[in-house]
Write a protein that binds this ligand. Sequence first.
Ligand SMILES: [Fe+2]
Length: 373
Amino acid sequence: MSTETTPDGPTLRDAERKFLLDPYLDWAEGEGVPIHEDFALDMLALETSPWDRFGLNGAICHLKGRDDFLASLLYELPPGGASAPMAHIYEEVIYVLEGHGSTTVETPEGTHSFEWGPKSLFAIPLNARYRHFNGSGREPARLGATNNMIYLINLFRDPAFIWDNPARFPDRMGAADYFAGEGEFYDVLQGRHQWETNFVSDLSGFELKAMPTRGAGGTSLRFILADGSIGCHCSEMPPGTYKKGHRHMNGVVIFAVTGRGYSLLWYEGDEDYHRADWRHGVVYSPPDQMFHQHFNLSQDASRYLALQMGSVRYPMTQGKKDIWAPDGMFAKKADEGGMQIEYEDQDPRIHALWLDEMKAAGVDPKMDAFIPG
Ligand SMILES: [Fe+2]
């Protein structure tokens, strides 16, 4: 038996070890593309390299706040390029970072095609055969992909099961007009309203619904994409505002969509805050039970997209059923066993820092009605 050791002890990647194996990490290392790891990553700036499996250029993003389900991958279609035709047994949600192109999806009813551009959002129905095309002969296109391959690779450890699986899921294809951006709205209750579709042409302009419990004038909407289990919501902070601090389990992948700003992250009892600045292109993920709070520094509204395993329709875990129940955890304050810090209970340094940042940005704060004097 060969034992490879590092200054920290035996390496976890030793193929002959019989404990602490991680087939997903082994798969990632074997793909031959750059692996980037951090709290936050700018997907518009990351290095990519050819990725034979997908027929494009790409990279793997190990966000520090990821969980045991969702992987973050970056796909880059070169000018005039197209991805390899494929189908897979994991669900995947795509957020378009830059470029214009189209995707074709084969369903039992026929082939559907839709055109996307920056800030489009869509999902590939489970195990449907599909292909992405860059519509430009001059510019690359970058897609941020969030999928639940981690759990499936760790469970089955068989690429053929995942990428060459004959199972069909006709009930998961969605209505034909869902590929054209049509959909259905389900009026449930605050924070659980759902827009069901397969494709959102421009997430930056989509109408959201009032959600005042999460902060000053905020709006939000849940998207049910291709009837999948990857939870998806878009939230917006009006100009001059920020959200309430909160915490929850890891594995929520956040893409900045409009505006610019920053998030503070901290564990209970920490003296200082970790800071992540964001604008379109940046993806980040708060680690497990780490408090985080999002601050708008823009003249305009700041909007973000959040993806996670489990949705308001299919929560998947007891923890998420508890959060999204009508009397869920956001109904309680953090010091009462809940997950959210009300404005009046937050560290005064948080508001002071934001006021300084707003002054430097030349943007008028509009939080007076929400912060007790
Ligand atoms: Fe959060």
